[in-house]
Design a protein around this ligand. Structure first.
Ligand code: 2M8
Length: 422
């Protein structure tokens, strides 16, 4: 018998709670035993439906580990664990509580604004936002200062892990140019917890780790890493999240009388949105990545170019993206595949090379809702719930068969269900 909404909500709360470590939440036990940056912010959205104070604490814990330069790391290693590689002994960033030295999609500004808009406890929300605003804004400053040194309006990622879409086909050509000489031997843990056929390849891991070693050899000086990295890619989805976060932060800052933060973030958002035009591909009717190291567009039709709708786009662009989503829907059973199933490199089960992810669905649906394409938003939400009904709270799903993949009882998947059903 299919579960009703109340039963699903109860199960989702159970999963988020079992992964709760007090002041932060792990994505799923075993596979990911630490705090991940964008997981935490998306998790807080779900937590707020049953515990507002806990939701604020989730984001505050993340932001407490911001580096003095403004960067917010992609993983905080709160506790020791031998079930994840690469751990703190590989990163060696020298932080009091160990962290990685790269970042992840800047969801925090959006999550903060959404929690603030919905908060029932206004005093608690205002107190938390007063703490978070300057920190999140400093992160945005850091992005545009260090990752857009030529002031193009768009930031680059310097490691595939920063995108959150780790082994996307988007990175293949750029990653192939990353050398592997001097690579220290290592043992992966991910393939002990998840099916190796659903994970990145060894050749990709070699390059992920080479980049970590390279940045480490530069003393984790984040002002230098962009120019020193052989991997520099402008991801439209990553930029869209940052642009929206800047806009949302500016709204909250205006409301609280923080004029300077508001103006700065609004300017980032406006410049970023204008610059996204350079990533538009008229033949495909979607945005594409740009390989900054060789100044070439990356001809790879991934979900990164559709996620752009989250930035808040002109109506004509949104209409094109809706058409693209219709095309993808005709090629799979469940929206939104992380890569176009018509592309030769598409792999239905391999992580970010094809599978559907509820967090990405949520962000895309939110973008369509913002653009008053409610029908498309509801369709994507409905597909997310069909995936849950078919296959439970998995990390990701085959977009053709709904087969569940990766870690089970996954926090952000459960958090997105709470968002959809509340
Ligand atoms: C995945 O990434 C980590 C590295 O950061 C990994 O595979 O080891 C990605 O899906 C990423 O987007 C996510 O934040 C993380 C934790 O869920 O797992």
């Amino acid at each position: 018998m299919p579960e009703n909404a109340d039963q699903l909500i109860a199960r989702a709360i159970e999963i988020v709670t079992e992964n709760d470590r007090g002041s932060y939440t792990v994505p799923t036990k075993g596979l990911y035993p630490y705090q991940w940056n964008w997981d935490s912010c998306l998790t807080a959205l779900g937590q707020a439906h049953f515990d507002e104070a806990r939701a604020w604490a989730e984001i505050e814990t993340l932001m407490a580990h911001q580096w003095p330069c403004g960067m917010v790391p992609h993983i905080i290693f709160h506790e020791e664990s031998d079930s994840y590689f690469p751990g703190p002994d590989v990163w060696r960033t020298g932080r009091p509580v160990p962290t990685t030295g790269i970042t992840q999609p800047a969801v925090a500004g959006f999550a903060m604004a959404r929690l603030f808009a919905r908060a029932k406890d206004r005093a608690l929300a205002t107190r938390s936002v007063r703490k978070l605003l300057p920190r999140i804004s400093a992160w945005h400053d850091w992005f545009y200062r260090t990752r857009d040194p030529e002031a193009t309006g768009l930031v680059a990622i310097i490691h595939p892990w920063e995108s959150g879409r780790d082994n996307s086909i988007d990175w293949d050509a750029a990653l192939a140019r990353v050398p592997t000489d001097g690579l220290e031997p290592f043992t992966r843990q991910d393939i002990l917890h998840a099916n190796p056929d659903h994970r990145p390849t060894q050749a990709q891991y070699d390059r992920y780790i080479w980049l970590v070693q390279h940045f480490r050899s530069l003393g984790w000086d984040t002002e230098r890493l962009h120019d020193a990295s052989p991997f520099r890619v402008v991801d439209p989805g990553f930029n869209a999240i940052l642009i929206r976060a800047c806009d949302e932060l500016a709204n909250v800052a205006e409301e609280l009388g923080e004029a300077e933060l508001a103006v700065r973030n609004r300017t980032y958002a406006q410049r970023g949105r204008a610059a996204l035009n350079s990533l538009w591909n008229a033949d495909l009717g979607q945005y594409l990545c740009f390989d900054r190291a060789i100044s070439e567009q990356v001809n790879s039709p991934s979900v990164g170019g559709i996620l752009t709708v989250f930035a808040g786009l002109p109506k004509t662009r949104v209409a094109h993206l809706a058409t693209r989503v219709e095309e993808l829907a005709s090629r799979c059973g469940y929206l939104v595949p992380s890569h176009d199933p018509a592309a030769a490199a598409f792999e239905a089960l391999r992580y970010w090379r094809g599978p559907a992810w509820l967090v990405v669905n949520y962000l895309i649906a939110d973008g369509f809702r913002l653009a008053e394409h409610a029908e498309m938003a509801e369709r994507i939400d409905a597909d997310s719930l069909r995936l849950i009904a078919e296959s439970g709270f998995a990390e990701y799903y085959d977009p053709i068969t709904a087969e569940p993949c990766g870690g089970g009882r996954f926090t952000w998947t459960a958090a997105m269900v709470l968002e959809i059903l509340n």
